[in-house]
Design a protein around this ligand. Structure first.
Ligand code: MRU
Length: 367
């Protein structure tokens, strides 16, 4: 990817071969840009589980495309789609977009006429999910940029310092990103911005993905270790925090990459506004109490013991700890709504509360 651009997508059908879905193997970035073929739904499952693709919206889209591959290889059998759906649903438990996308495709399959060409139907819907995601991210950018514009005006055009955690950028969605969409809009509108990029251990989505993506799009940024955010806030170096989210409850509690909660605490203590950018597909309308109800994924301890990078100029994993060290690897945490200044959605910005969300999505009141 030279520049994100309007045509950029993180998942697409291989030109000239409708039996293959293509993705960017994000595990290898920034040291190698490699396009990876998904030929079966099981390839899609591996891509989600092993984080070739990641980020809540892209995980959902990849699940939809995987169900297309399941229908294709299963000769349009609904049973084949259901079998794949069951396995996909278990792959990444925290990001709710996965369930949202799988349920949407299963509804489509359930409503299809007997003997319908399921693969064709699912293909069209997987494409629609991607098109809609781009428009949703664009909406987040359109609304979110007003926050950056207001800060810029208050600073008489001085650079707006935004801190972000993990990668909630183009790579986590289909294009634009969630947390990055307001930043790209600001850039287009000539607002001076600078992004503090949290490294985001253990998988380093900040240093490996966000920094790479911002560089490719000429957005001024600085990489920091995860523990630096509080210090920068104490010294007035952060004007606003904007993160993404993997699941937000109807009451405004936010699950996001591990470490987000600590940033919210530091922001609260220092009076720094803490915003979360999210597509409505990330809202879990069935839960309210995030701490009690959101499943927190625990991943392989090798993600903590080993770090991916360049060794002698070649991509390699390097162990950082003794082999005998006990390790746990919680992938997400929950930031309670009371620490969130506001939610930036495709329909506007609201308070992190049930009232706030229902004000923007009144059709969900009965859900
Ligand atoms: O484990 P990941 O990389 O799939 O984590 C998800 C994320 O990218 C972040 O938590 C992000 O902030 C929310 S998804 C736009």
């Amino acid at each position: 990817m030279a520049q994100r651009g309007e045509d950029f997508r993180t998942i697409w059908l291989k030109p000239g071969d409708p039996a293959i879905v293509q993705i960017i193997d994000q595990r290898l970035l920034p040291h190698e840009y490699r396009v990876h073929d998904l030929c079966t739904w099981q390839d899609g499952l591996v891509a989600i589980t092993d984080m070739y693709v990641r980020g809540a919206p892209l995980i959902g889209a990849t699940a939809a495309w995987s169900l297309y591959l399941a229908a294709l290889s299963g000769a349009d059998s609904a049973a084949a789609v259901h079998e794949a759906a069951e396995a996909l649903l278990k792959s990444r438990p925290t990001a709710v977009n996965l369930r949202w996308a799988v349920d949407r495709i299963l509804r489509l399959v359930g409503q299809a006429a007997p003997g319908a060409a399921l693969a064709d139907l699912i293909l069209a819907d997987a494409q629609a999910i991607c098109d809609e995601d781009i428009e949703i991210s664009r909406g987040i950018g359109m609304h979110g940029v007003s926050l950056l514009d207001a800060i810029s005006k208050k600073k008489s055009g001085g650079s707006v310092n935004i801190l972000t955690h993990c990668n909630a950028g183009s790579l986590a969605t289909i294009n634009w990103g969630t947390a990055t969409a307001p930043i790209y809009f600001a850039q287009q509108q000539g607002i001076d911005v600078h992004v503090w990029v949290d490294e985001t251990r253990p998988r380093n989505q900040g240093s490996q993905l966000t920094a790479w993506e911002l560089a490719a799009n000429n957005v001024p940024h600085t990489l920091i270790v995860d523990n630096a955010g509080g210090h920068l806030m104490q010294h007035g170096e952060v004007d606003i925090v904007i993160t993404g989210t993997d699941r937000t409850t109807r009451c405004g509690d936010v699950a996001n990459k591990i470490g987000t909660y600590l940033k919210a605490l530091a922001a609260y203590d220092n009076g720094v506004p803490f915003y979360v950018a999210l597509p409505s597909t990330t809202i879990d309308w069935n839960s309210c109490d995030g701490l009690a109800e959101i499943p927190i994924e625990q991943r392989d301890v090798a993600e903590v013991s080993d770090v991916y990078g360049l060794s002698d100029g070649r991509p390699a994993f390097v162990r950082t700890t003794a082999a005998s060290t006990p390790i746990s690897n919680y992938a997400f945490d929950v930031t309670p709504a009371r620490l969130v200044t506001g939610l930036i959605t495709e329909r506007g910005i609201c308070e992190a509360s049930e009232t706030g969300l229902l004000g923007l999505f009144p059709e969900m009141a009965a859900s």
